[in-house]
Design a protein around this ligand. Structure first.
Ligand SMILES: Nc1ncnc2c1ncn2[C@@H]1O[C@H](COP(=O)(O)OP(=O)(O)OP(=O)(O)O)[C@@H](O)[C@H]1O
Ligand SMILES: [Mg+2]
Length: 418
């Protein structure tokens, strides 16, 4: 009898144990579900926050435009100032020679509300319709193409921490470009002329354009960015005009940095021109040289040029006084490759410990862009395997695959030539 009671007790204990385990398992799964839910909620919240920030910024910009347009409208409707003219030259005794309608020249007076000292030749003004009195100074006309070159700050800007292993280059660019803009007096005290421009040169994909974007996002000055090939226009003379307009805009919006990417498109040595491009390319280069000579070292206008073909550049462009410093970008060494890889891998969803050391060892001869490509390729491999995370082996397979593809590329010898 006693033994059957004991059996019953044991059985109940076993069942209770099993129930306990099942409850624990359910609790664990619930816990995981809750965490997943919370994570999803957090990421949703973050993206909504970004949307709200962008919307707020847009709203601010629209408010400013509305205010400005309102002011202008009130002004135009109350003063009848409908004519736009350009001061040819001041004549003294509060009289000015003004050009209206592309030709007519008039001698006019000036309203007492206008600062007469600002009315120099070339100033755009509005004139009252009946008396032709100068009523207001207008901002200079800006070429729309130049306006498009102005770098606009936005989300996703490049920060200095996004640059892997470019410390020396960044230091050089900041010393030669940023310092003369923020502290020009130090050059005067030292008695040396501040530099005008630098050239970034090195093989493709080594971060030249990236560093310029980082400078543009972090410096508090106007930043014009242009891909030089877009300056070479099919229409005669228009390219030189663009270069002129660009420098004019820069001088009127100091401090200003002009970044000319792929400068080899217009800065080629004259003997390397192909058939049919001689005259236009030559004209643009001459215009560029004369613009570089045109502004003073003390002006707060600096030029950054970038190329992966320094060997074809015209020596006239490279001489000090135009380009004062040449900054070399080399293929990243092991340490730099590790940094670049970690920068680009940081945003990737991973599972397991990635052997970065091994990936870096396998990536001998890769440039920065190739290092980023490893991460993209690893992601694609994961995608193909039906995962939404990348495992260590994806990285190894990606680097091996890209390494093999690179071996097939021609290994043209890279030579700066100066
Ligand atoms: N040092 C680096 N750190 C982080 N990312 C890099 C680095 N170098 C290159 N990259 C990555 O490679 C991409 C291409 O680099 P970038 O456009 O700056 O090359 P480039 O030197 O201007 O080449 P090209 O001479 O062909 O214009 C960058 O957008 C960036 O993602
Ligand atoms: Mg580039």
């Amino acid at each position: 009898m006693a033994s059957s009671t004991e059996d019953g007790e044991e059985e109940r204990a076993r069942r209770l144990q099993a129930t306990l385990i099942a409850i624990r398992e359910r609790a664990r799964r619930l816990h995981v579900d809750v965490i997943d839910l919370y994570k999803g909620f957090l990421s949703n919240r973050k993206s909504w926050q970004e949307v709200i920030i962008t919307a707020k910024e847009n709203l601010e910009a629209l408010k400013i435009t509305l205010e400005e347009t309102g002011d202008e409208l009130t002004y135009l409707t109350t003063t009848n100032a409908e004519l736009v003219g350009e001061v040819v030259r001041p004549l003294g005794k509060e009289r000015f020679l003004v050009k209206v309608n592309e030709g007519d020249r008039l001698i006019v007076n000036c309203s007492s509300l206008v600062a007469q000292s600002k009315l120099v030749s070339g100033t755009r003004v509005t004139l009252q319709r009946r008396t032709y009195t100068i009523m207001r100074i207008l901002p200079p006309k800006v070429n729309t193409l130049v306006h498009k070159m102005v770098y606009q700050h936005h989300h996703g800007d490049v920060s200095y921490s996004d640059l892997g292993g470019l410390n020396h280059q960044l230091e050089d660019v900041r010393d030669w470009i940023e310092r003369p803009l923020v502290d020009p007096d130090i050059f005067e005290r030292l008695g040396i002329k501040p530099p005008k421009g630098v050239l970034l040169y090195g093989p493709p994909g080594t971060g030249k354009t990236l560093i310029a974007r980082a400078i543009a996002s972090n410096i508090d000055s106007t930043f014009l960015t242009v891909v030089s090939s877009s300056l070479v226009s099919r229409y005669m003379g228009e390219s030189s005009l663009m270069v002129r307009e660009m420098f004019k805009y820069a001088c009127e919006h100091q401090p200003c940095i002009i970044f000319m990417d792929e400068i080899d498109a217009i800065g080629r040595r004259r003997s390397t021109y192909g058939e049919g491009e001689t005259s236009e390319c030559y004209r643009v280069l001459i215009e560029l040289l004369s613009q570089l000579d045109g502004f003073n070292e003390l002006d707060k206008v600096k030029v950054i040029m970038a190329t992966n073909r320094p060997d074809v550049l015209d020596p006239a462009l490279l001489r000090p006084g135009r380009i004062d410093k040449k900054i070399e970008f080399t293929l990243p060494n092991e340490d730099a490759r590790m940094r670049i890889l970690k920068i680009h891998a940081s945003g990737i969803t991973k599972q397991g410990d990635i052997d970065y050391e091994k990936v870096v060892k396998l990536s001998e001869g890769f440039n920065g862009a190739d290092m980023r490509n490893i991460c993209t390729e690893a992601g694609m491999l994961a995608l193909r395997a039906g995962h939404d995370y990348v495992v260590p082996n994806d990285f190894i397979r990606a680097v091996t695959k890209l390494g093999e593809a690179k071996k097939l590329e021609s290994s043209a010898h890279y030579n700066a030539g100066f």
